[in-house]
Design a protein around this ligand. Structure first.
Ligand code: ADP
Length: 507
């Protein structure tokens, strides 16, 4: 049969799909493939792809990758789609999350992996997945209808309907159009990680995921929501001195260039301090506050993957930053590329010299490019870097050492949660201070307390039984004992350094 609704497999309730033969698909002029001009070499067939190889060069690369036609990006993901995987296409992460809830309510199976493709011209949500027969299905979570054109037939997909798809099928809805292709114009597998966000619930973190899956999709949504929001300084707690220094050094020179005409502006910063204290968070917030392109790199990746080509890559990286000015290049785990070495390791020396030369060009040209590096150990860095005027600003980022600092971070992470009246925040803050918790630890404890509240109030059980109603979530409150339990678990676990959001992989 042509139409197969997801509910037929996973949901006890059977919903009829509606067939409409005369519905005309809506054409979307925005979806016409256009080339953006520019360089070609990395991806034959696409004229707009960047030539830079760095892993993690997220914002710039994503913007460019979005210019690859949506159908080709999707086709590339479909090539690796397996049963239990879901791909959500949407304009924004926020509305994708909303749709996911809808999709998840209809799925009564375990979702193994979740992919999210963002497309500015796709004004709808669409979820695609492999059904139990290994056929591709599309699910319409939108309030409006989608039209499916398959050969000479036309079908209407109402909200909650799912139809199986074949190559060549065309889906249209709300001025958005998508053609199903079996493979992209050219092999995109090397670049997939740039244009699709992937959450893997199978391998790495099996025990946790098993629990998560039992708890259903809400945990997945939490993982997603932490990663999509636009951060600002208001999301950073207890680091006022660091923020002030970066405002004076970077934000104001970018915003008020006239005021700095006769001043030498420092373009290189080293943030140092223990992991989880908010170095990355601050750099991201700074980029948003300055409306700057944010390019994030990890020293470890650079060292292991790009040794051979590293000098060339650094140059391209700076070229790209220059094209997208103002730009902030954030290099995490900087010690991996710029650590002290004996003379034998030429790679390190070369990178350091190259970086210093590139920074010197930035200064000479007066470019609005700032390089912020982060390390846990300032003393590990090559003195050529630390002593050079080019990385002259060193800012220490510590775990909060006052109750006030702790409370600020606590408030940030609980602002969208309901706290019960029995919560004595001062007492909690004192406990967190005693445990020397970092911002990441506090975020983790709040999340655990929230999970404890879910457990205590029977929400997971209701999810399992399918009896959950919106009021269950609305009335949920986190109590003092939920926090006590979370803090107890935290104190007794020595997993303090494991801070990757559960399930997130760069595959
Ligand atoms: P670092 O780069 O120093 O290792 P991150 O910035 O990656 O630390 O912190 C990880 C997460 O921990 C952040 O995304 C945030 O949720 C939380 N966090 C860390 N420090 C703070 C802080 N000062 N204020 C609020 N949240 C924080």
């Amino acid at each position: 049969m042509r139409i197969s609704s997801v509910q037929n497999y996973y949901c006890p309730k059977y919903t009829n799909n509606v067939l409409a033969n005369n519905t005309k698909p809506v054409q979307n002029p925005n979806q016409t493939v256009t080339s953006g001009g520019g360089q070609i070499s990395a991806l034959p067939g696409y004229k707009f792809y960047p030539q830079i190889n760095f892993t993690g060069i997220q914002s710039t690369a994503l913007t460019l990758a979005k210019k690859i036609p949506l159908e080709d990006r999707l086709a590339s993901v479909l090539q690796i789609l397996q049963q239990g995987d879901v791909v959500v296409i949407d304009e924004t992460l926020k509305s994708a999350q909303k749709s996911l809830k809808e999709v998840a309510n209809s799925f009564h199976n375990i979702i193994k992996r979740l992919f999210y493709i963002e497309d500015d011209n796709f004004h709808a949500s669409l979820a695609l997945f492999k059904n139990h027969n290994n056929e591709l299905e599309a699910y319409n979570p939108n309030k409006f209808d989608f039209v499916l054109n398959s050969g000479d037939k036309t079908y209407t997909m109402k909200q909650g309907d799912s139809f199986y798809l074949e190559t060549g099928d065309v889906l249209t809805g709300n001025d958005s159009r998508l053609t199903i292709k079996d493979k992209p114009l050219t092999d995109l597998s090397m670049h997939r990680k740039i244009f699709v966000r992937s959450f893997d619930f199978t391998d790495e973190v099996k025990p946790v995921i098993k629990r998560q899956n039992q708890k259903s999709i809400y945990s997945i949504l939490q993982t997603l929501s932490g990663r999509g929001k636009k951060l600002s300084f208001a999301d950073v707690g207890g680091q006022d001195n660091v923020i002030t220094a970066l405002k004076k050094g970077i934000l104001y020179p970018i915003k008020y260039p006239e005021a700095y005409k006769n001043t030498v502006v420092n373009h290189g910063y080293i943030m140092y301090g223990p992991p989880g204290t908010g170095k990355t968070l601050i750099a991201q917030a700074l980029a948003n506050e300055t409306d700057a392109a944010f390019i994030k790199l990890n020293g470890l990746e650079l060292e292991s993957k790009w040794v051979g080509e590293s000098e060339e890559n650094w140059r391209k990286l700076f070229d790209s930053a220059r094209e997208n000015q103002p730009s902030i290049i954030f290099i995490d785990e900087f010690d991996a590329v710029a650590k002290k070495r004996g003379g034998a390791d030429v790679y390190g020396d070369k990178v350091v010299n190259q970086l210093l030369t590139l920074m010197s060009d930035v200064e000479k040209n007066g470019d609005d490019i700032y390089v912020i590096t982060a390390t846990n150990r300032l003393d590990m860095l090559d003195s050529a870097i630390t002593r050079s005027g080019r990385f002259g600003k060193h800012i220490e980022v510590t775990a909060p050492n006052t109750k006030d600092g702790i409370l600020k971070i606590f408030d940030i992470h609980t602002k969208n949660k309901k706290l019960a009246d029995d919560i004595d925040k001062e007492k909690l803050a004192a406990e967190l201070l005693k445990l020397k918790t970092t911002g990441a630890d506090i975020a983790h404890i709040v999340n655990s307390a929230n999970e404890n509240a879910f457990e205590r109030s029977g929400i997971y059980k209701k999810m399992e039984e399918g009896t959950l109603v919106a009021a269950d979530i609305e009335n949920l409150q986190i109590t003092y004992s939920d926090f006590e339990k979370a803090i107890g678990e935290f104190a007794s676990s020595n997993k303090k350094s494991t801070r990757r959001p559960v399930g997130f992989v760069n595959y």
